[in-house]
Ligand binder design. Structure first.
Ligand code: SF4
Ligand code: ZN
Length: 319
């Protein structure tokens, strides 16, 4: 096996396709840490006084986030929240206990909760109630699951005095989301995705994505090298994921065969192009309205929030 292209001392264990370098474990970890730091500094993602809630999914990305964040911010100001979706065959007791012990080793307080505990319905229950009442599936499991998890993270962070929510979205996730919204022509959503975008409600906690320039294959490799026992079982609802995302993922794979750094370049260019729009929007004094049912913030012009709408429309009951 060749020696590491960076240090020239240790054995290379991974080929970093976007730089063309073969790296040893130490140099890969250092490179990833520097790229996280670069984003954190560039966009002031983390300030010394920040108290940060880390959304832990139990997948590889959230472990990598847990592994690196304590190196750039005191672990006494980091807190973990793992949310059980309530999906049969997907949520496993051993994942929860492994998350707990990993957080303990890193000196991070961690709490495990569930969508059912906080919002009354697990993902499975929401889906079966939907079928029972509507005889069909109008709202995908992923829509309910995503909105519910975002809601729980936001409310938990706010009520426990945390001013940031960090999630493990990686470069591949970010590029796919940018592309989906470009194809939909959804400029507002694009602006909201940009790391400089500010929140327009005292009830919304700012979300940060420190891994946004780290490739998915890199987080998978690090999780494997660190022996993280991450969730490898595929969610049974994965087939319901928007086909556009699946198609985009395939398309990006094809493009990266020709240009292995295409995703990084794309992210940087879209970030740059959006920046003036984001700064302009940040100056707006819009304060998001509150949902008339649950009191949480909702989009301008809306009377009830997306979550209450899901519950109302499909289950015809009050949340
Ligand atoms: Fe939730 Fe969809 Fe992910 Fe399953 S695939 S955990 S339903 S977001
Ligand atoms: Zn509501």
């Amino acid at each position: 096996m060749a020696l590491c292209s960076k240090c020239g001392k240790r054995e290379a264990i991974v080929y970093q396709k976007h730089t063309g370098m073969k790296l040893c474990k130490n140099c890969l970890f250092e490179d990833v840490k520097q790229r996280i730091l670069e984003q954190v500094k560039k966009y002031d993602m983390i300030l010394p006084e920040d108290r940060i809630l880390i959304g832990i999914s139990g997948g590889k990305d959230s472990y990598v986030l847990l592994r690196f964040l304590p190196e750039i911010h005191p672990s006494s100001k980091l807190f973990g929240l793992m949310i059980e979706e309530g999906i049969k065959g997907y949520n496993r007791a051993e994942t929860f206990s492994f998350v707990k012990s990993s957080c303990h080793e890193l000196g991070i307080d961690c709490v495990i909760t569930s969508i059912k505990e906080v919002l009354k319905y697990s993902v499975d229950e929401f889906m079966s109630l939907q079928i029972k009442r509507c005889n069909s599936i109008k709202i995908s499991a992923c829509t309910f699951c995503g909105i519910a998890r975002r809601r729980i993270l936001n409310v938990y962070a706010r009520s426990h005095g945390m001013n940031k929510v960090a999630t493990g979205h990686n470069l591949d996730d970010e590029v796919q989301t940018y592309l989906i919204n470009i194809l939909r022509g959804d400029i507002m959503r694009l602006i909201q995705l940009h790391p400089l975008s500010i929140v327009h409600s005292p009830l919304l906690v700012k979300r940060i994505k420190p891994l946004r320039t780290i490739y998915e294959y890199e987080t998978a490799f690090i999780a494997y090298m660190e022996g993280f026992r991450f969730q490898e079982t595929e969610c049974p609802y994965i087939v319901e994921r928007p086909t556009l995302r699946t198609k985009i993922r395939e398309l990006i794979k094809e493009i990266e065969r020709i240009d292995p750094s295409a995703q990084l370049k794309f992210l940087n260019e879209v970030d740059k192009a959006l920046e003036p729009l984001v700064k302009m929007r940040n100056m707006d004094s819009v304060n998001l309205p509150r949902c008339s049912q649950c009191g949480e913030p909702t989009a301008p012009g809306r009377n009830i929030c997306k979550f209450c709408e899901l519950i109302d429309n499909v289950l015809n009951i009050q949340y």
